[in-house]
Design a protein around this ligand. Sequence first.
Ligand code: SAM
Length: 393
Amino acid sequence: MTDADLLHESAHAARLRRHIAARIAAAGGWLPFDEYMQCALYEPGLGYYSAGARKLGAAGDFTTAPEMSVLFGRCLARHCAAVLEATGDGDVFELGAGSGRLAFDVLMAMQAMGCPPWRYLILEVSADLRERQQALLATLPGDLAARVSWVDEPPREPWRGALLANEVLDALPVECFVWRDGVLFERGVGVAQDGGSIDGRFIWSERPAPDSLRAEVERLGADAGTPWPQEDYASELCRRAGPWIGAVTSTMEQGVALFIDYGLPRREYYHPQRSGGTLRCHYRQRAHDDPFARPGMEDITAWVDFTRVAEAADEAGLEVLGFCTQAALLLGLGIESEVAAAGDERTRMQRAGEARRLMMPEEMGESFKAIALGRGCDAPLAGFLLQDLRGRL
Ligand SMILES: C[S@@+](CC[C@H](N)C(=O)[O-])C[C@H]1O[C@@H](n2cnc3c(N)ncnc32)[C@H](O)[C@@H]1O
């Protein structure tokens, strides 16, 4: 990073800090964490995803599966092709498309299979990322680029086909709670005071949990099957996920929605030993757990409670067609044959290394899970044939 970049970064961070501090003051000195996370990530022109930080890829803050290897998109293309065959043609609808890499690889592979989607729709909240996606996808060959379009909301008219969302659920703002001495508190954000004068740093600040949060945490505890540890047990929950899943799938009249993310079934997510929760921040390929370190300059995420995703499916009239690890998904979708198909030995070796990173338990293979939610679609889903973890949801 040059000195000019650093100056720009700190000026940008200072603007967002002032904005959040004003929000906290206007709210009486305390902001729920999900509202803070919404501002830090998505405040127009200022938030991490809304503004110009590099974000994805080796030169950015974190690396997602499509950034790591073309194999990921090629495998998902096989999944989409099977869904489109079952729905009799149709569209691919991607949520939160990042740099556009997954869209590029899926479209190229579907074209090579002779079954490009009718349309490839992208819903992206970040204006900055949308521009990057447009620049990359304009370089697609033939008529593929013309099949891509961006939407500001889920299609209003009924559509059929495949919905894809890789690492989007983990970017939805979460509410945070903590048990102390048997009392449940909501964790929010305040501003540090230094000898009576405000020193400007954001800090965790707790207040007794309101009734609706308490009821929800009690429900989660009952589901998790063991009583909540009542002392210094902190975690989070994403009540926005259910309505969001309902909204993005509402007009999918026939098809399969595939969500891939790091996460766990509820019993494991809220395990008594996971007493620090799963909130993580990503800055230049380093992970840490202080969401106030660099607001606007780094990603803030939380693991996904996949039981909540299954509940949302139920509510939206979708069927959970499969739930498995990323490793099982990619193996089922033929990642090994994609590696073997590499044109020369050097590429084959490189692809084999990438496949390992995507599938090794200590890399992305186990912590990342895939869940398929279907409506009116009996496509054979090869990605879910090798492993069925639905009983753990
Ligand atoms: C962690 S990145 C993942 C990007 C990409 N899917 C990948 O795998 O490389 C999260 C993406 O979701 C987008 N996003 C966050 N909230 C969203 C929402 N409510 N609707 C659509 N996109 C969203 C972000 O702007 C970003 O593109």
